[in-house]
Design a protein around this ligand. Structure first.
Ligand code: IPE
Ligand code: IPE
Ligand code: MG
Length: 246
């Protein structure tokens, strides 16, 4: 049957959504509040996004919560962010369990304060068997560091064989995660800020001016709808892709 290609058919929902949660500081400044209030409000957005993702059947959500470069922020802001993370881990474990949501973390976790590492391990262990949604927190995460780490691990093994893309992926923090389908960045900046440099090779990119503390359920639904209207090509022609799909 001849298909009418002028009417775009809706594609599947993304399996793995990754989010650069940006704009907390600007949100606070616009309201004449301190930056911490912006981060606090941002936690509510994270919870709303996790709930919505679980409801609509997204399998993986990865949240850029703290970059390797964010350690260079003023000491009091770093401390406040660590406190928020601490409280999130203390309070949210049961809720994640109730939502059948599994928690994971990627990044240079050894840089985190000892007690946070313990709390993190506890929630990760506690939600290990949850299988509806996997939330991965990127903490003290840097994409370049991740790639260099992988290279060093491979060299340390001393293997002489050529490394393939598949081999290489096994050495990344994300070895257990599927490739991201959709990157959402809030706050309007059009950059990657060292996030998932290898993994985002073929992800669809969605940038919204909405600041992270304002980003809630309906904003996520809008981003997903936008993703579903796109045609992913992976280097092929549109015709080839549509032939495959029909
Ligand atoms: C993102 O919000 C949160 C973190 C980087 C931890 P920002 O704090 O970067 O907010 P803006 O970009 O200054 O508005
Ligand atoms: C990226 O936001 C990191 C996180 C959202 C955790 P930044 O605010 O740190 O990025 P830049 O500095 O604008 O590139
Ligand atoms: Mg920012």
């Amino acid at each position: 049957m001849q298909k009418n290609h002028d009417i775009p058919s809706l594609g599947p929902i993304p399996r793995h959504v990754v989010i650069i949660m940006d704009g907390n500081g600007r949100w606070a400044r616009r309201k004449n509040l301190d930056r911490l209030s912006g981060h606090q409000e941002g936690i509510k957005s994270a919870k709303s996004v996790v709930r919505t993702a679980q409801e609509i059947g997204i399998e993986y959500v990865t949240l850029y919560a703290f970059s390797a470069q964010n350690w260079k922020r003023p000491g009091n802001e770093v401390l406040a962010l660590m406190n928020l993370l601490r409280n999130y881990l203390i309070n949210e474990g049961e809720e994640l369990l109730a939502q059948n949501t599994r928690l994971k973390a990627i990044g240079n976790l050894s840089n985190l304060p000892h007690d946070i590492r313990e709390l993190l391990s506890r929630v990760i262990k506690m939600t290990e068997k949850c299988d509806s949604l996997t939330i991965t927190l990127a903490l003290s995460y840097g994409g370049r560091e991740e790639i260099i780490n992988a290279v060093n691990s491979i060299m340390a093994e001393g293997k002489k064989k050529k490394v393939t893309e598949e081999d290489f992926q096994k050495y990344l923090y994300t070895s257990q995660l599927p490739e991201p389908d959709l990157l959402i960045r809030t706050g309007g900046e059009m950059r990657l800020s060292n996030f998932l440099l290898w993994q985002l090779a073929y992800a669809e990119i969605y940038v919204t001016k909405t600041l992270w503390p304002n980003f809630r359920r309906r904003h996520l639904l809008k981003a997903i709808a936008n993703y579903r209207s796109r045609e992913r090509r992976f280097g092929l022609t549109g015709e080839q892709i549509r032939e495959k799909g029909s």
